[in-house]
Design a protein around this ligand. Structure first.
Ligand code: NAP
Length: 284
């Protein structure tokens, strides 16, 4: 099979990593079909199993992005993987989360990893990224009135660039045999507190930026009340932020460089690239 005859189904295909994965595959001559509820190459909805078969038709690799901002999804993912295996998919690369093996049992990220490990019909790679840098430049952790509001205390996290995650995804899908069974914990090159992130953004945009270290319950209950996240995802968010507050956030490693052959992107470089997003917020 030549590269152009191989087609990857890119779930979350309009998202931060998925869109870049599709571009990266195409740049290397691989076929890529983006999938999402709207605006992608094919309509795909985790809540509508009738969309699974058409998305998988003629596909031999999958970038697996599970339903976003939800804790429970192992059942639909297992059904989807049944169809994928029956249709001849040979490799699945799964976007998990850093420290997934320590996640509370109510969240299904670890269940999906174990489901993949159990299956023999196709090979898989598991990616466990740290918090992505893009959170600070989009609607996840927006800069409002000169402050980034998130309950992380003085804890640090080795924030990773979504573009580096996408580059690793592309590598695993282009060379599945070389990455079969691999688990990569993807991080940036430095562990930073949010106060340090704020200082870097401040330097980049030329105005003060502070870290507002809000009470976790106030922040999480507010996100649920505003409809940003489901009530069951609150468990996940509490774990993600609690891990950092406790000083157990991700620590830098060289997994990105080992896979793509260049060092992971630093936060200052990401900030320079993203300055326009913060300028727009100031203007709006
Ligand atoms: N944020 C972080 O710091 C971080 C760190 C580690 C891991 N992760 C993981 O990264 C994943 C998100 O990946 P990302 O950041 O690349 O994506 P993203 O930018 O959050 O975008 C989500 C993508 O998934 C699609 N989507 C959302 N709900 C869907 C549904 N019910 N059915 C089908 N498609 C759906 C969206 O399109 P539509 O809305 O149009 O369907 C979009 O294409 C999550 O699983 C998260 O746990 C995030």
């Amino acid at each position: 099979m030549t590269a152009s005859q191989q087609t990857t189904l890119v779930l979350g295909g309009t998202g931060r990593t998925g869109a870049l994965v599709a571009q990266g595959l195409a740049a290397r001559g691989f076929g890529a079909r983006t999938a999402a509820r709207r605006g992608a190459g094919v309509v795909f909805d985790w809540d509508d199993p009738t969309t699974y078969a058409a998305a998988l038709a003629g596909i031999d690799r999958v970038y697996l992005v599970t339903p976003v901002a939800r804790a429970k999804f192992a059942g639909p993912v297992a059904d989807f993987l049944d169809l994928a295996a029956a249709g001849g998919v040979r490799h699945v690369t799964y976007l998990s989360t850093y420290g997934s093996d320590l996640a509370p049992p109510e969240v299904d990220i670890r269940a999906v990893e174990l489901e993949l490990a159990r299956r023999k019909g196709f090979t898989h790679s598991i990616l466990r990224p740290a918090w992505v840098m893009q959170n600070f430049a989009d609607a996840h952790l927006p800069l409002i009135d000169g402050a980034i509001t998130v309950p992380t205390g003085g804890g640090a996290e080795a924030f990773v660039d979504a573009a580096d995650i996408a580059a690793v995804v592309v590598e695993t899908l282009a060379n599945p045999d070389a990455h079969a069974g691999a688990i990569y914990a993807l991080t940036g090159p430095q562990a930073l507190t949010v106060a340090e992130v704020a200082a870097t953004i401040a330097e980049t945009v030329g105005r003060p930026v502070a870290h507002h270290d809000i009470d976790p319950d106030v922040w999480i209950n507010g996100a649920v009340a505003a409809g940003f996240i489901s009530a069951d995802y609150a468990v996940m968010l509490r774990w993600l932020t609690g891990t950092i507050i406790a000083g157990n956030g991700s620590r830098p490693n060289d997994d990105v460089e080992r896979v793509i052959g260049r060092p992971a992107t630093g936060f200052a470089e990401f900030a320079r690239r993203s300055a326009a997003a913060w300028a727009l917020r100031a203007a709006g």
